[in-house]
Design a protein around this ligand. Structure first.
Ligand code: C2E
Ligand code: CA
Ligand code: CA
Ligand code: CA
Length: 275
């Protein structure tokens, strides 16, 4: 709408199509959600598959809509990305997650890490480094306990820029994970160049490891690749004991999924894991 300039009047009356009207409504809703604390961060535990120890969590955003109830990030993150509000929302998640994790690890008396999802726009934003450093400083969280999750498509959109941004952040001690690994356009040659410390095996492979030999082969190959590159590997979306057994048998050490724990509010997470 900004570019419309002097045509604003016409824009709002006749020229506005359903799509932009919907976007404007949603943008208003999202902005209000941020101002009125309608967002909440859920946390899903990650465990060490051998010892069973809690190693940390992934922060997952939810929108508690006053009328519509709990809204999945899948339903509003694309809009937030389109309107640019994802930057402010993502920053809020980052701050919340760092604060929460610092409290938890003080309580646990040992290091716990927290993983935060990055959107494309957030990752490309000029203030990213500054915002991440501010979140760490305000929370007192040690940088090496923060992991930023990035998808392959975000990395591949501009490889050189991605490497530079990641380099600046890894210098601070922050870690990177490639999210949904195996689903994007992955070039192993680029993988080698990104300063990452973790691969997350996409749920689509994990859910089929016990029924589809190809999914099993892919999951096993990702575990081997990760270990040969000295990376950690997390299997996400583990829903059954059989999947967990398979993952253990191929040497995958970290797991996340409904079988081990669903995403939960901070209060619920504490009740479940800090007894
Ligand atoms: P993701 O990063 O791949 O997160 C994992 C998703 O899988 C989460 O969905 C989680 O609840 C779900 N999940 C975990 N374990 C299982 C399981 O065993 N079975 C099944 N069927 N699902 C499982 P959720 O929370 O709805 O988030 C969806 C996506 O929204 C995330 O996918 C991520 O891409 C995005 N997202 C969530 N929070 C944020 C955020 O703060 N910022 C950004 N930019 N994106 C976010
Ligand atoms: Ca993720
Ligand atoms: Ca994922
Ligand atoms: Ca995903």
């Amino acid at each position: 709408a900004k570019e419309e300039g002097r045509n604003t009047y016409r824009f709002y009356t006749a020229g506005m199509n359903a799509r932009s009207r919907e976007l404007l409504l949603l943008e208003g809703g999202l902005r209000q959600a941020l101002d009125q604390d309608e967002f909440i961060v859920y946390y899903q535990p990650q465990f060490d598959l051998l010892s069973g120890a809690l190693v940390g969590s992934e922060a997952l955003l939810r929108w508690q809509h006053p009328q519509l109830g709990m809204i999945s990030p899948l339903d509003f993150i694309p809009m937030a990305e389109e309107t640019g509000l994802i930057v402010a929302i993502g920053n809020w998640v980052l701050k919340s997650a760092c604060l929460q994790n610092q409290l938890w690890q003080e309580r646990a008396g040992r290091p716990l890490q927290v993983a935060v999802n990055m959107s494309a726009r957030q990752f490309r934003h000029a203030d990213l480094l500054q915002d991440v450093v501010a979140a760490l400083q305000e929370s007192g969280l040690s940088p090496d306990l923060l992991e930023l999750e990035i998808t392959e498509s975000i990395l591949m959109a501009d490889v050189e820029q991605a490497i530079e941004v990641m380099r600046q952040l890894t210098v601070q001690g922050i870690h990177f994970a490639i999210d949904d690994f195996g689903t994007g356009y992955s070039s192993l040659n680029y993988l080698r160049r990104f300063p990452i410390s973790n691969l997350k095996i996409d749920r689509s492979f994990v859910q089929d490891v016990t029924t589809d030999p190809n999914a099993a082969a892919i999951a096993q190959s990702i575990v081997m690749l990760a270990h040969n590159l000295n990376l950690q590997v997390v299997a996400e979306g583990v829903e059954t004991a059989e999947q967990a057994d398979f993952l253990r048998s191929v040497g995958c050490n970290l797991v996340q999924g409904f079988f081990f724990g669903r995403p939960a509010s901070a209060v619920e997470f504490e009740r479940l894991y800090f007894k």
